[in-house]
Design a protein around this ligand. Structure first.
Ligand SMILES: C[S@@+](CC[C@H](N)C(=O)[O-])C[C@H]1O[C@@H](n2cnc3c(N)ncnc32)[C@H](O)[C@@H]1O
Length: 265
């Protein structure tokens, strides 16, 4: 049996990815973020101006800076020390009042109970081994009725056996989904879709979960589900960026969730 991947293993992988990740994100090569994921996610998150917000799994801080520029009082954690080093360097270059700390979102003794109005986590929860621990900590550090917003790759479609079936012209004609119930973590290799051909891929530990794993963990973790969204590119966006078309025609690439800290039972 493969040994389980720990927070330390995840940190090691993301430390190795960090410099290239930061460079590519800042060049805008994460085109799904720019043209699909972020516009939809920030629409769900709404106005957090004046609120104390924890960005959980912040990476090099791209989305944390957007939260801060929107007026949030932002604190951010990532398990990768190199990611945090890069994020802090950017904070030094252009101060936005963001506090960055190295920490696992599943273990947050740095923060007292009921510290934050909102926890926001973009594209990170599927990359950590301990979802229940993360939700326990989010609930603890949130104020009563505080908001939790998170985005993840869609658990129903971005499965271990995900692939496109193409027609004779190479067009993505069907989505192949398999291995949905295979919960064994693995290290996935992928690159941003706008990165030039031949760019070295990132090595990313993934912890596959089903949709019910997420929803049941939220409910058991003391959250009330407010809304789930499955962003679908508009016709106009697909005309401008034809690589988005399969995600309009066939399936959702991302899942966005808004939940709130429920009162004690
Ligand atoms: C796909 S990146 C997303 C980064 C950032 N949220 C963004 O949108 O650019 C996932 C990040 O989650 C971090 N991560 C994974 N597991 C974590 C954990 N247990 N605690 C904190 N960060 C974690 C990784 O180090 C990595 O920086």
């Amino acid at each position: 049996m493969t040994p389980p991947l720990s927070d330390q293993d995840v940190a090691r992988h993301w430390d190795a990815n960090a410099d290239q990740w930061a460079d590519h994100v800042r060049r805008g090569w994460d085109a799904y973020r720019e043209h699909l994921n972020n516009p939809a996610f920030f629409d769900l998150v709404g106005d957090l101006g004046g609120k104390s917000v924890l960005d959980a799994g912040c990476g090099e801080g791209y989305n944390t800076r957007l939260l801060a520029k929107g007026g949030a009082r932002a604190t951010a954690v990532d398990v990768s020390p190199r990611m945090i080093e890069i994020a802090r360097a950017e904070e030094e270059r252009e101060p936005l009042g963001i506090r960055y700390e190295v920490a696992s979102f599943s273990d947050l003794p740095l923060f007292g109970d009921a510290t934050f109005d909102a926890v926001v986590s973009s594209m990170a929860l599927m990359d950590g081994p301990d979802l229940e621990g993360a939700l326990r900590e989010f609930r603890r550090v949130l104020k009563p009725a505080g908001d939790l917003f998170f985005s993840i790759t869609h658990p129903c479609f971005m499965t271990k056996g995900f692939d496109w079936l193409r027609d004779d012209d190479g067009k993505a004609a069907r989505l192949l989904v398999s291995g949905y119930f295979d919960a064994e973590p693995w290290v996935e290799s992928w690159q941003f879709n706008s990165a030039p051909e031949g760019t070295a891929p990132f090595a990313v530990p993934v912890f596959p979960r089903t949709l019910s794993d997420y929803v049941n963990a939220l409910v058991a973790g003391g959250f009330a589900l407010r809304e789930m969204r499955e962003p679908r590119p508009s016709e106009e966006a697909c005309r401008e960026h034809p690589w988005l078309q399969p995600w309009r025609d066939h399936a959702a690439l991302f899942l966005h969730v808004h939940a709130v800290k429920a009162a004690e039972a």
